[in-house]
Design a protein around this ligand. Structure first.
Ligand code: FAD
Ligand code: SF4
Length: 514
């Protein structure tokens, strides 16, 4: 063996230039590791999905004629971390070169770039060939410690990659059609919701190995894993999205319903795991959606496809830039001094707040919540109750199928907790029960009363929202977009304001009981 090439669990990109030719001197290493199961407590489906996708990828490489060493926890359990394992393999095989693709997580990048290798072994770092924006050009678009706005970045990306453009002008005349995308689901629309396309990947062996090696996990276990774990399954899901879901993607992007036990992902694509594990390339997904739009002959409106492209070409690439230009300091940021611990319902979903029960319950059942559940229900609750961003980050990194730090942390610590003080978003995404009521049918089915701010049945989001806004007034009121909110607060009588703050105090004193 001349060289060892390490493939991490989120680097399962079958189109990488590594695989263009078969070289008997190259040994590809894919390893299940305690280090990767243990850096936070994970949802069982997340571990199963990565391990299952890694095994499938190893088999596909073998079938294509490559030399592959696929190690399971049975082989690697004695290694607490990756460097000693790599060193032992390098020594054992006598390989003179160690190669890897630049990890997307700061922790792993540091580890692989700085680890000691046996004498005489060279280290070569490759690009992962996944993102649209090259890693070395991120600093042309982002500056450390500086506030950025997604919309500005997104326009540059549309121009640079000539996507949905008419020459130099945006197709349709407008850059962003978000204003058309804020509909609530009517009863008729709820009935018309399609069911998610689910796979049935057998993960019983993986679960047995996790138990044998005492790996800690949480969330519901399904022996038939429903997530796509091969490129082929990813493509099937992409096709399903383009045909069945794209026509209403944007319209109901922010909607939520508790009448969706079997239809839990609404019109969302659920491709985040396939993309984040690099089974699918983001450009491939964008191109498929644009093609479906063009072929639909008017049956899909422009706002739907623009909204979808914006998520991937805009948001996904944007959060990556914020992450890399600000790490490792970003992981320490706590601009609003959050310090509370997560209530127990984050782990079991047992709460009387219907919106939280549905959003947490679904996250625990499927390792999935869609954007508005993550941002405006769970994240909003953590924000207005002043949770410790380290704990919030760890929970998000553990629970979601698609959670990898480069995308999880800017979304959680930045967008949803405002702990970065506004590097990523212009204002905190704090909202009272009114917003949740506008976008869902949760409130109609809740123990609490969404219209009430005080009293034993008052919706906790109301008093907690005002408590948060009042507590952080100095910082938040500087934002001209929020001035109006404080005018409303100031218009209330002293008595009212005191009663609301006292109600919030009662809730904050015992969050577990909500
Ligand atoms: P859809 O709603 O169908 O969107 C299409 C695609 O757009 C997604 O697959 C994703 O690749 C991309 N996208 C949309 N919004 C974002 C965004 N804000 N940032 C990056 N990509 C985006 N996404 C992750 O991939 N991993 C995470 O760990 C993660 N954590 C989040 C934590 C919080 C607090 C919030 C508010 C959002 C988080 N997101 C994360 C972003 C987004 O919620 C998920 O990408 C999305 O819900 C995945 O489901 P989907 O594939 O059905 O997405
Ligand atoms: Fe959530 Fe309040 Fe509505 Fe209940 S009333 S579902 S707690 S927003």
């Amino acid at each position: 063996t001349e060289r060892i090439r390490l493939i991490l669990g989120d680097q399962l990109n079958p189109s990488h230039s590594w695989y263009r030719s078969v070289d008997p001197g190259t040994l590809y290493l894919i390893a299940e590791l305690k280090q990767e199961t243990g850096y936070v407590k994970h949802h069982i489906q997340k571990i199963c999905a990565f391990f299952c996708a890694m095994a499938g990828f190893a088999n596909a490489l073998k079938t294509a004629g490559h030399q592959v060493l696929h190690l399971t926890l049975d082989d690697t359990h004695a290694y607490e971390s990756l460097p000693p394992l790599i060193n032992d393999i390098l020594t054992f095989t006598g390989a003179g070169g160690f190669e890897f693709q630049r990890p997307d997580e700061y922790r792993l990048k540091q580890q692989l770039e700085t680890m000691q290798l046996p004498d005489g072994v060279s280290r070569t770092i490759w690009d992962s060939e996944h993102f649209l924006l090259p890693f070395d050009e991120l600093n042309h678009y982002f500056k450390a410690g500086t506030a950025h706005r997604m919309e500005t970045f997104y326009r540059k990306m549309r121009r640079r990659y000539e996507l949905l453009m008419n020459g130099d002008e945006p197709e349709g005349g407008q850059w962003n059609y978000d204003a058309n995308n804020r509909e609530k689901l009517s009863q008729q629309e709820i009935e018309a919701l399609p069911e998610p396309l689910c796979f049935a990947n057998d993960v019983t062996d993986i679960k047995a190995r996790l138990d044998k090696h005492k790996v800690e996990y949480f969330g519901s276990y399904h022996s038939a894993l429903l997530w796509p774990v091969t490129r082929q399954q990813g493509l099937q899901l992409l096709d399903y999205f383009c045909q069945q879901l794209l026509p209403k993607f944007g319209r109901f992007q922010d909607a939520m319903t508790c009448q969706s036990e079997t239809k839990w992902s609404l019109y969302h694509c659920r491709l985040s795991f396939a993309m984040n594990a690099k089974l699918l390339h983001p450009k491939q997904v964008i191109d498929a959606a644009i093609t479906a739009y063009r072929q639909a002959d008017g049956a899909i409106t422009f706002a739907q496809v623009e909204g979808f492209v914006r998520q991937i070409l805009g948001w996904r690439e944007y959060v990556r830039g914020i992450y890399w230009l600000n790490m490792p300091q970003y992981a320490e940021k706590n601009a609003l001094n959050g310090h509370r611990t997560l209530p127990k319902y984050f782990w079991d979903g047992e709460t009387q707040m219907r919106c939280m029960r549905e959003s947490l319950g679904q996250s625990l059942e499927y390792a999935y919540g869609h954007h508005i559940q993550r941002l405006m229900v769970i994240g909003n609750f953590a924000l207005i109750t002043g949770m410790d961003p380290d704990l919030v980050d760890a929970w998000y990194l553990g629970v979601y199928i698609d959670a990898i730090e480069w995308v999880e942390m800017p979304n959680t610590r930045g967008m949803s907790q405002f702990a970065d003080g506004g590097l990523l978003a212009s204002k905190p995404y704090a909202a009272s029960g009114n917003y949740i009521n506008k976008m869902s049918d949760y409130c109609a089915n809740c123990h609490y009363q969404v219209k009430q701010k005080t009293g034993s049945k008052a919706c906790p989001f109301n008093a907690l929202y005002w408590h948060f806004m009042n507590e952080h007034r100095d910082r938040i009121a500087r934002n001209p977009r929020i001035g109006m909110v404080y005018r409303n607060w100031d218009k209330m009588s002293d008595e009212n304001r005191t009663a609301i703050l006292s109600q919030a105090g009662t809730y904050l004193a015992d969050l577990d009981s909500l």
